[in-house]
Design a protein around this ligand. Structure first.
Ligand code: SF4
Length: 496
């Protein structure tokens, strides 16, 4: 099915497209008239007597609807803020008109379609807006469902003690290290790094390049007066590294970045089939405070179907081994919406995870990304019943986790999610992962080293940021290292 979306001025399409798509899922939205569209939508913005007027027309199998509305720009002070406010209102009008026209229930997050919805709440809390007003604004100005407005506010309030003020944000940063290797590729993952088939040919040059980068930025951060508050080693699967490489990496991080200001070091130990007692001991002895063992599901048939190459028993064994080796903060990632799973499987996963009592549990909703095996076979694309099943699964996990003392403490959303839900990090009280909060709220510079990383250089005066990305492919990373270092040194220097 095709929908022709025409806007005047045409630039409006770029920021209205996602709202229109919410009501026409699976439709191809075209901007040039092919003469084959089953639906048409036209939105015209004009200026009249100093006010903005919007005229909307929708024609499709539900009939025709027209609306003409005069906007109030509010009391924004500068022209950029006025434009932002006008756009928000046009998005909201479009959203509400389409809800009436199609008779469909909208998105639980309304027109707030971005990845980090709690950032908006943090801004309002900065202005000392009372929490009831925050929730009301989310509902009235962004059409967010009441329960989601409450969830966003609750999480933002939990995060606040961990966020920095402007002064501290100019002195502290966090470091993310990307290890772009995995033992094999899981079917739902669009991971563009490398599956390790020839360790010395693939990993050794990468480690040499990473060593150079760590050394350079150890010196640069010191010279610029930054202290490293948290370190996160992710991937890929960092624990696919051989013991000697893992040891060298942790030694570098300790030598160049760790100080009395460092509160947390996380290493993703995602795949249990990469873990041994020796590696886990090495992590603890090197000062790693948190690891993540990620079963995704506790059902063997699903693990086989998604190409995880490990069993539920291996997950349990790896978890017990990690405890035995003294690792006190363990996260477990789960995915709701995996093929073939329903309430019976979700309940089994919840039972098995709660028996283990990890400090953190992160519940993801399956996001079938382009490039993953599942996207190619289209097995992850959900019909209405599957989406409802996912929503019930998410609800069940929330009830089970909050009912046993876990608190939701960070949240993000993704494109391509099965169901319009969210990824939610839960934690036992006092065990929050600082890095996750800082990374989601973008209130501190994150320096990305290694492959497949996003460095975020945060300007503490305005909380605006610039991003720099490193290639996901290890070979491309090695080849572009000098340029990457130069660019990041410039951006860091510009912050001081
Ligand atoms: S899901 Fe994790 S372990 Fe699996 S391929 Fe992707 S990055 Fe690697």
């Amino acid at each position: 099915m095709k929908l022709l979306l025409q806007t005047d001025p045409p630039t409006m399409t770029a920021w209205l497209h996602d709202v229109v798509r919410l009501y026409y899922p699976g439709w191809k939205i075209e901007v040039e008239d092919s003469g084959q569209a089953e639906g048409r939508m036209r939105i015209v913005r004009s200026q009249s007597k100093g006010k903005v007027e919007v005229a909307l027309t929708v024609e499709d199998r539900n009939g025709t609807i027209r609306e003409r509305i005069m906007l109030e720009a509010g009391d924004e002070k500068n022209s950029e803020d006025v434009e932002k406010e006008v756009r928000r209102q046009i998005r909201l009008i479009t959203y509400r008109l389409l809800a009436r026209h199609t008779g469909k229930e909208g998105n639980p997050y309304g027109i707030l379609t971005g990845v980090r919805p709690t950032k908006l709440v943090q801004r309002w809390l900065d202005e000392d807006l009372p929490t009831e007003q925050v929730e009301t604004r989310l509902e009235n100005q962004y059409a967010i469902r009441r329960d989601k407005a409450k969830l966003l506010t609750e999480i933002a309030l939990r995060e606040r003690p961990y966020l920095m003020d402007n002064d501290a944000a100019s002195r502290y940063l966090s470091v993310y290290v990307g290890i772009p290797f995995c033992p094999s590729r899981c079917h739902y993952c669009s991971f563009l790094g490398a599956t390790v088939t020839d360790y010395s040919r693939q990993v050794t040059p990468f480690m040499e390049a990473l060593g150079r980068e760590v050394e350079v930025f150890g010196q640069v951060t010191k010279d610029l007066g930054f202290k490293v508050q948290s370190i996160y080693v992710g991937g890929g699967t960092p624990t696919v590294l051989a013991c000697n490489d893992l040891e060298v990496l942790l030694e570098w991080l300790n030598r160049y970045f760790v100080s009395a200001a460092t509160r947390e070091i996380t290493v993703e130990a995602g795949r249990p089939d990469t873990l041994t007692a020796e590696k886990l001991r090495l992590l603890r002895e090197a000062g790693v405070t948190r690891i993540s063992i990620n079963p995704q599901t506790m059902n063997d048939a699903t693990l086989r179907a998604i190409g995880r190459s490990h069993s539920v028993e291996e997950v349990v064994r790896a978890f017990e081994l990690a405890r035995h080796e003294g690792l006190r903060q363990i996260n477990m990632d789960l995915i709701v919406g995996l093929p073939g799973e329903g309430m019976k499987e979700y309940t089994n996963t919840a039972d098995r995870i709660l028996q283990l009592k990890p400090e953190n549990v992160t519940v993801h909703v399956l996001a079938v990304k382009r490039g993953s095996v599942l996207a190619e076979t289209e097995r992850g694309v959900g019909a209405r019943e599957q989406i409802e099943q996912v929503e019930r699964g998410i609800e069940m996990f929330r009830n089970r986790l909050t009912g046993t003392g876990y608190e939701p403490y960070y949240l993000y959303r993704q494109r391509y999610m099965a169901a319009n839900m969210e990824n939610l990090g839960y934690s036992l009280p006092g065990c929050y992962c600082l890095y996750n909060i800082l990374m989601i709220e973008e209130r501190q510079t994150i320096l990305g080293l290694g492959a497949g990383t996003a460095s975020k250089f945060v300007n503490p005066g305005s909380w605006t940021l610039t991003s720099l990305y490193s290639p996901k492919n290890p070979l491309s990373y090695v080849e572009s290292l000098s340029r990457l270092i130069r660019n990041k040194v410039d951006k860091l220097g510009a912050l001081t």
